[in-house]
Design a protein around this ligand. Sequence first.
Ligand code: DQA
Length: 143
Amino acid sequence: MKQKILIINGPNLNLLGRREPGIYGHDTLGDIMARLAAKFPEVETDSFQSNHEGALIDKIHEVGFDDSYAGIVLNAGAYTHTSLALADAIAAVPVKVVEVHLSNVFAREEIRHRSLIAPVCAGSISGFGAKSYELAIRALLTD
Ligand code: DQA
């Protein structure tokens, strides 16, 4: 049976390809997800995007107790820097969550240097563009 990984993208990531391409690149979210599916044919890569904090939390609750998932790759967008509720949801579930960012958040404005979710994630990957997702999947698969 294929291993399953859920890739969750938070606010404004639906605009990838059109949104600040100098920072986030020209690929759309669909392009990135399609490339990941092609790169990991042995993995079922499900994906979910929402601009709403509560919807992201509901999704983590839904999948976070399902041991058929090898893990969750989460780009929480700006909620990374603000959402204690999202951090609590990650802490509440046994499924491993890897934090990812396309941009190097530590090379950007100071407010982006703080991640409320990092302490409750298995690890964080930031700054490799679309490759950040690939590295996160590899990290989950090596378990
Ligand atoms: C981001 C970085 C966040 O600071 C920002 O709010 C985003 C995208 C990234 O992937 O680089 O929306 O998570």
